[in-house]
Design a protein around this ligand. Structure first.
Ligand code: NAD
Length: 561
């Protein structure tokens, strides 16, 4: 990295408008999205090329970034640039249906797939951490997390509370980068939520960003506010300062009327979880002075925290782990029935994956928010409430996102769409580009956390019906099929979300530039990509997926003949 004031490239901002820097929209799109990932409004630490998620980078080094920009600017319509962990390593002659960019990030051979070896190679300048959408140039800021969290709580509502969290109280902790989306996601589902956070600045920031409604001065106050709002069936989010490892057991002790419990403290890293008995002000000094002892104390506290969550589970509350490894860390301290608590994917998200549903997202290359507003209207027209009760959730999200989400970088939108839905949205956007209703092309992509694009036994593929959690053929087939179907750029990464050795995942982005060729590619990519989710779950034995395949004509060779 270079210091900000000595780096003439900074700040980076993608070009806006209709004037091309590259030779066509098919290469202008990856160029703008690479630059957009490093926009200071989008990236956490653009001066280090870090976009989000720890050290998830968009490019390996500044010379590699320069070479990416230079190559994308000159790349022809029958050429493909190859990117190896954030560095362009070749340009090959292909054809116009081929992706313009193929990306492989952070991949290591199995026995070497650990952080130690990765750091060694990174130090040598041979690799970089691509996270999921950092190194594949389709990160759109915190909207993605808000929508995923909204979707999870909507699924909780569907499973237990007749489709709405109205009249229920949720308890959670952690108002950090990801966890800060929880209060708004619960109130968007009409619920009441108490959020425990030990860092007052995090509570303050969430109030300023209108993600959190009120800050209660005590636990009693928080509980009184929550019960009052619940009884009035009014959505309300309440922040309370404290340590979750004390407050959750205290609420269990007094038999508080909590309906849903989860947690998004940074439990995956014990040094980032505040143990009971350590003052917030002393956190930094104490973990530096004795990391080993601190880790033990943090795990002991997590065990108390998790034991109380299990206590609520025994009393009939809806309890789930939200992907922060608190179960595994708590079990390291002592047996506390942590794994009685289900992970959020098997509990709520898997049924959506069976239908090929996942985080479909798009960005307006014009930079004009009016283009996204027009696509929002198109989604509401395409998926009317009369057609399916399921569209109610989608429509609530799109409407609220239009009102509440502040764009970061190029205006963008995310919503979960399934097999048979994504290509309809993509084709409509392409028509809108062709007709001039949108001022410039749209890029259509998704998170790597999707129905058929990831193998991650602690998260997306936890507890698969047939035990196939660690089978990583699926994300590789996903990347291959997107390449064969006409995606504009395709990526295969290792280690995103849950770290080295724990996941393999793939991504695709396709550009709607208004041409007939783009329409043909969009139809195939946005059918086959979610189709991977359907076949992956049919193969694992999910009946819901088999029903979807039968209803929509997805071919499953082993079921034919
Ligand atoms: P973060 O570090 O930004 O925030 C964590 C917050 O927890 C901090 O504000 C911290 O002050 C607070 N905290 C720590 N110990 C506490 C305690 N004992 N009591 C109360 N508050 C405490 O992290 P983040 O980006 O918000 O992510 C949270 C966790 O969620 C991480 O473990 C992350 O890996 C996980 N995660 C899950 C998903 C998913 O798909 N569900 C996605 C991303 C991240």
């Amino acid at each position: 990295s270079e210091p900000r004031n000595e780096n003439p490239r900074l700040p980076i901002r993608a070009p806006r408008g209709t004037e091309l820097t590259a030779r066509s929209w098919q290469t202008e799109a990856p160029l703008r999205m690479l630059m957009n990932n490093l926009d200071p409004a989008v990236a956490e630490r653009p001066e280090e090329l870090v976009v989000y998620g720890g050290t998830g980078r968009a490019a390996r080094s500044w010379p590699a970034y320069d070479a990416l920009v230079r190559t994308l600017t000159t790349l022809g319509p029958d050429e493909t640039m190859l990117v190896q962990s954030g560095k362009p390593v070749g340009v090959m002659r292909t054809h116009e249906w081929a992706p313009r960019v193929l990306i492989a990030n952070s991949n290591l051979v199995g026995d070497w797939a650990n952080w130690e070896e990765f750091r060694r190679l990174e130090e040598l300048g041979l690799t970089m951490y691509g996270q999921m959408t950092a190194g594949s140039w389709i990160y759109i800021g915190t909207q993605g997390i808000l929508q995923g969290t909204f979707e999870t709580f909507a699924s909780v509502a569907d499973k237990r509370f007749d489709g709405s969290l109205a009249g229920t109280i949720t308890l959670t902790a952690g108002l950090g980068g990801m966890g800060g989306a929880q209060p708004l996601a619960v109130t968007m589902n009409d619920g009441v939520v108490i959020c425990v956070e030990c860092d007052p600045s995090r509570i303050q920031r969430r109030i300023e960003h209108r993600y959190l409604d009120v800050w209660a001065d005590s636990l009693d106050h928080a509980l009184a506010l929550a019960i009052e709002a619940r009884d009035a069936r009014t959505p309300l989010s309440i922040g309370v300062r404290g340590n979750a490892a004390e407050i959750v057991p205290a609420l269990l002790e007094r038999d508080a009327p909590i309906d849903v419990i989860t947690d998004q403290t940074s439990a995956h890293d014990p040094l980032a979880y505040l143990p009971v008995g350590v003052r917030f002000e002393d956190w930094q000094a104490q973990r530096e002075a004795d990391p080993v002892g601190f880790t033990q104390r943090a795990r002991d506290s997590m065990a108390a925290h998790v034991a109380a969550m299990v206590g609520f589970l025994d009393r009939g509350a809806e309890v789930f782990d939200y992907g922060n490894s608190i179960r595994a860390e708590a079990e390291k301290a002592r047996a506390c029935r942590a794994f009685d608590i289900p992970g959020f994917v098997p509990a709520y998200i898997r049924p959506l994956f069976c239908e090929g549903k996942g985080p479909f997202r798009w960005a307006a290359l014009s930079g004009d928010p009016a283009d996204i507003a027009a696509t929002d209207r198109a989604i509401l027209e395409l998926f009317p409430a009369e057609e399916s009760a399921e569209y109610e959730r989608l429509r609530r999200w799109i409407t609220m996102a239009g009102e509440r989400v502040r764009f970061q970088g190029l205006p963008a939108r995310i919503c979960w769409l399934g097999y048979g839905e994504r290509h309809r949205a993509g084709l409509r956007f392409n028509e809108m580009v062709a007709s001039g209703e949108l001022t410039a092309p749209i890029v259509i992509g998704r998170d790597h956390l999707d129905c058929g694009s990831v193998a991650s036994p602690y998260r997306e593929t936890e507890a698969m019906l047939d035990g196939s959690d660690a089978i990583a053929d699926w994300p590789l087939l996903n990347a291959l099929v997107n390449t064969a179907s006409g995606a504009t750029w395709v990526s295969i990464h290792h280690g995103g979300g849950v770290g080295m050795g724990r996941s393999i995942h793939a991504g695709q982005v396709v550009v709607a530039d208004g041409t007939d060729l783009a329409a043909q590619k969009i139809e195939r990519v946005l059918t086959n990509d979610p189709g991977m989710g359907v076949i992956r779950h049919v193969d694992a034995g999910y009946e819901l997926a088999a029903d979807v395949a039968a209803r929509t004509g997805v071919r499953i060779p082993m079921g034919e003949g």
